[in-house]
Design a protein around this ligand. Structure first.
Ligand SMILES: NC(=O)c1ccc[n+]([C@@H]2O[C@H](COP(=O)([O-])OP(=O)(O)OC[C@H]3O[C@@H](n4cnc5c(N)ncnc54)[C@H](O)[C@@H]3O)[C@@H](O)[C@H]2O)c1
Length: 281
């Protein structure tokens, strides 16, 4: 399963994940699910949307940028699936509620919410506080806004699964300022929502990805890629698919007794000490 370029297993980047039935009859909403322009090099949101669709779900692809939402839906359509493009800013409650309602009107129900939206900002040593507010607003408050909009629909379906996307920057210092702080908040919010909404049959879990090779996270060229390969215990580079497969697991009934978890998807990077990593770099 490793090293393929078909979207199968980890490490692949092409947009053709294998099909299955794990989410047949289910409806998912992926916030920040837009993508483009290269179907061979996907961001995390697009890979998650494609994988959930390939497992039979109708997928609402919510994004700030209409063309990015439509791009992912077109790719889902080319796979034989159904994507519903939705435009909203996750910080805007009314827009997000309208988008969630539109998805349920179009597809009949809601079972899964993936909160993938995330933006970065200034380093911690030179923060512009307006930008700080925007980063926390999108990454942390946005996760609450979409979850709150989804809750009545998840309850109407008899329960469901919310998958939040945090970051290794939440648990290891990285100089990322508001980004790391907001992503740490996402981990805390995950446990808190799991506590509050478990009685409704709503599971809430969180993925904690390490440094990935994605269009937005692609920094440092070939040298950056080599460093990303070395800076973990498997000595390989992570892709959007690695996060997507973990999100699929948390979305499916197979993870039905897992809630309030924060699962690292980082090839062990955050488990090692800095001194322990030095011989590997
Ligand atoms: N790429 C990495 O190395 C990495 C590492 C750890 C965690 N993450 C997290 O994974 C997630 C995905 O990152 P990615 O780099 O793969 O990006 P991505 O390709 O999944 O794109 C994110 C999408 O979010 C959309 N978006 C941004 N602001 C929005 C808003 N206010 N409302 C609605 N949509 C909005 C963008 O238009 C974009 O399409 C983020 O939460 C990020 O913080 C990424």
């Amino acid at each position: 399963m490793t090293g393929t370029n078909t979207g199968e297993g980890r490490g692949g980047t092409a947009a053709l994940p294998p099909h299955g039935d794990r989410l047949r009859g289910r409806v998912a909403l992926v916030a920040g699910g837009g993508g483009g322009p290269d179907p061979g090099f996907l961001g995390t949101g697009a890979a998650i949307a494609l994988l959930l669709a390939a497992q039979g779900a109708v997928v609402g692809v919510l994004d700030l940028a209409a063309e990015r939402a439509e791009w992912t839906c077109a790719l889902i359509g080319r796979q034989g699936g159904r994507g519903v493009p939705l435009v909203a800013d996750v910080t805007d409650e009314a827009e997000v509620e309208r988008a969630a309602d539109a998805l349920v009107t179009a597809a009949g129900r809601l079972d899964v919410l993936v909160n993938n939206t995330g933006i970065t900002g200034d380093a911690a040593d030179a923060p512009d506080l307006r930008q700080w507010d925007r980063v926390v607003g999108v990454n942390l408050r946005g996760t609450m806004v979409t979850s709150r909009a989804a809750l009545p629909h998840l309850r109407a379906s008899g329960g469901g699964s919310i998958v939040n996307i945090s970051s290794a920057a939440a648990v290891r210092a990285f100089g990322s300022g508001a980004y790391g702080a907001s992503k740490a908040g996402v981990i805390a919010l995950t446990a808190d929502l799991a506590y509050s909404w478990g009685r409704f049959g709503v599971r809430v879990n969180c993925l904690v990805p390490g440094h990935l090779h994605t269009p937005i996270g692609d920094r440092g060229g070939e040298e950056g890629r080599e460093l990303r390969r070395k800076a973990n215990l498997l000595q390989t580079e992570g892709s959007a698919w690695d996060v997507a497969w973990a999100a699929l697991f948390l979305a499916c009934a197979e993870s039905g007794w897992i809630t309030a978890a924060a699962l690292p998807v980082d090839a062990g990077a955050t488990a090692a000490t800095v001194l322990g990593m030095l011989p590997l770099l």
